[in-house]
Write a protein that binds this ligand. Structure first.
Ligand code: NDP
Length: 600
């Protein structure tokens, strides 16, 4: 070990070059093209109601919301509060819940504290049973939200949108679906999800495998036995491969390790796994919280994880501790930059030291260590992942940054060694920065029939990531030019509030059509570029990940498809200031002609 005065295992220079070496191992020429889509068979919804049918619908409503996850549900709830109840929510799944409908893999939970993650806890009067809620509890909570706010009668489940076209003469969106519905609406809300389109690594031979294979978001309990809350009882004689070591794998590996005959974990980039410290909810504490506590705690958490260092760290967990200093912020002096680099190294060193403390085999421990900056990839928090590697039936197969070489009929190949398995589980994540229409599964057509894919061919054009020129009355909730945050439900709640407020203002003020002006979109783009300076510099030294589009070269198109990389609270500030301006700065509006409208 190098001696140094930093308290780190390696000197700053050694760490810097180690990070660089690890980054270089992982840079690839195919960037985002390395991923493939799930085949129709792998994408099939294992939880769908079999044989479901319904008659096609043809009706007109005020708003069609695409997506029944938190974003869509919260938008509908906000609209209803305002008395706008003629809403349709179109959802591919057979229930509400979005990510919590699809992700039912064993061990699935939310690693953001339930008291700040679950929306509307005070209004619903619900107490999460644990500090970090299980996916099952969150899915049940989604259904409770839907029942409480009477969303079920508005939902069209097991229905895919096949097209959405702006009818200029009528100022309405015409939406068609896989169930032959033809619906029309004044507003179209695209809340189709952020991490919803599962992806597969493009490993050669993937289709040759003759055993069972599935993606973690399509868990087949018919094969594994058990259920999200019952132990899997059919893996005792099975050899299982998990491909990937991201946030999903970290939760799923301990569950398989506990029951499978053998588990092989195929690692490309080691994940960062901090302390979880799960706890049952302290009932006395929870029941004595004062009115308004949740909003205060949500804001406090977001302040803490964006480096704003609030006076009190209310949540005080692994997230707030690790993210207390924003080490990617733009600074003006070399000294400040060096200080941030040191803080980042120290934070990640504590993650690496934890591995040595837990994992007994020093070789395995060394392979599990992440050498990347704390903002480069999503960090994870779990107390059972690392101990899994002490079990005799669990084997880490480190691919030294290259990934799995091949899949054969019998198993998984790395470095010329074939690992025969009965089951391959792809913990390979979701599309995040691919084209929006690709993730939505349809391509909205706006003014003059121009498709979103055409309009955004050279990159996105939006105001706040919400309104888009050429697409009147279309409201987006996505990461494209929108906000980002550790607590996604904070982002989604505020985005839902914003899109609902726009629709409400239009209805209250007889506005028939609202659309972003191109000049305002360019102003917003310059805001995105301005706040992105620190992050862009930081990411240059990062390992590839979905945070940086796999380190694909930034072309002019990618330079428009950005996320607001400043603090989520700053992004929310932009939305709030815009809403407070009675002149709707930066949008074109057409008011209904009251003289020809007898209702007004
Ligand atoms: P990720 O995209 O984070 O992970 C995919 C994994 O697959 C990575 O480890 C990746 O390696 C690996 N991989 C890709 N290609 C290959 C290959 N050819 N060979 C071997 N390994 C390969 O997906 P997750 O599903 O884990 O997480 C996605 C997101 O979902 C998270 O970032 C988080 O936002 C959310 N999530 C949230 C949770 C929560 O508790 N709130 C829990 C789970 C997920 P590499 O790193 O090298 O790319």
């Amino acid at each position: 070990m190098a001696s140094n005065d930093t308290g780190l295992g390696l000197s700053i220079e050694e760490l810097r070059s180690r990070y660089e070496e690890e980054q270089h191992k992982r840079l690839r020429t195919d960037g985002m093209a390395q991923w493939g889509e799930l085949s129709e068979e792998l994408d099939r919804d294992p939880f769908a109601e079999p044989g479901f049918t319904r008659a096609p619908l043809s009706d007109e409503v005020t708003a069609i919301i695409v997506g029944g996850g938190f974003a869509g549900m919260l938008t509908a709830i906000d609209l209803q509060r305002h008395g706008i109840t003629d809403i349709r929510i179109i959802e591919k799944a057979s229930d509400f819940g979005g990510t919590w409908y699809w992700n039912r893999y064993p061990g699935c939970m939310c690693d953001v504290e339930s008291y700040v993650y679950l929306p509307l806890l005070e209004e619903i009067g619900f107490m999460p049973s644990e500090r970090y809620a299980s996916a099952s509890e969150i899915f049940e909570y989604s259904k409770l939200l839907a029942r409480t706010f009477n969303l079920y009668p508005k939902a069209l489940f097991q229905t895919d949108v096949t097209g959405a076209t702006w009818d200029e003469a009528a100022s309405r969106w015409i939406v068609t679906t896989s169930r032959d519905d033809t619906l029309s609406a004044q507003f179209l809300v695209l809340a189709g999800g952020i991490l919803h389109k599962a992806k597969l690594p493009g490993i050669p031979g993937i289709e040759d495998f003759e055993g069972k294979a599935f993606h973690t978001s399509r868990w087949d309990y018919g094969f594994t036995g058990g259920g999200p809350t019952e132990p899997m009882d059919r893996l005792a004689d099975k050899r299982v491969a998990v491909i990937g070591t991201g946030a999903t794998a970290v939760q799923v590996v301990p569950q398989i390790a506990a029951v499978a005959k053998e588990l092989f974990v195929f690692q490309r980039t080691p994940g960062a796994v901090g302390v979880r410290n799960q706890q049952d909810t302290d009932v006395e504490w929870f029941t004595n919280l004062e009115s308004g506590w949740q909003r205060e705690r949500i804001i406090n958490f977001t302040l803490a994880v964006t480096g704003a260092q609030p006076e009190v760290d209310m949540v005080s967990d692994g997230w707030t501790e690790l993210m207390w200093v924003d080490t990617q912020s733009a600074v003006s002096t070399k000294e400040e930059a060096a200080e941030l680099e040191r803080i980042d190294f120290e934070a990640m060193e504590s993650i690496r030291n934890r591995i040595d403390e837990i994992v007994e085999n020093p070789e395995t421990a060394a392979k599990l260590k992440p050498y990347w900056g704390k903002h480069c990839k999503r960090v994870c928090f779990h107390d059972d992942y690392l101990p899994s590697f002490n079990l005799p039936n669990v084997h880490l197969v480190d691919t030294d940054g290259r990934g799995v070489d091949q899949i054969t009929a019998k198993g998984v190949v790395v470095d010329g060694v074939e690992y025969p398995v009965d089951l391959i589980i792809y913990a390979s994540g979701f599309e995040v920065t691919t084209d929006l229409h690709q993730r939505l599964g349809f391509d909205p057509r706006g003014v003059d029939g121009v498709a979103l894919s055409e309009r955004w061919e050279q990159g996105a054009h939006t105001l706040h990531g919400v309104l888009a020129s050429g697409f009147p009355n279309m409201l987006l909730i996505s990461l494209v030019q929108g906000g980002f945050g550790t607590n996604f439900s904070h982002l989604l709640s505020e985005s839902a509030k914003h899109v609902a407020a726009i629709m409400e203002a239009c209805i209250d003020q007889d506005i028939d059509v609202i659309e972003a002006e191109e000049s305002a979109e360019e102003e917003w783009l310059s805001v995105l570029h301005r706040v992105g300076v620190g992050g862009a510099r930081y990411f240059q030294a990062c390992t590839p990940s979905f945070y940086n589009s796999e380190q694909q070269r930034i072309d002019s198109r990618a330079a428009r498809n950005l996320t607001y990389s400043g603090s989520l609270l700053d992004y929310i500030g932009h939305l709030e200031r815009w809403r407070a301006d009675p002149d709707f700065h930066g949008v074109r509006i057409e008011r209904r002609d009251r003289s020809v409208d007898p209702d007004h």
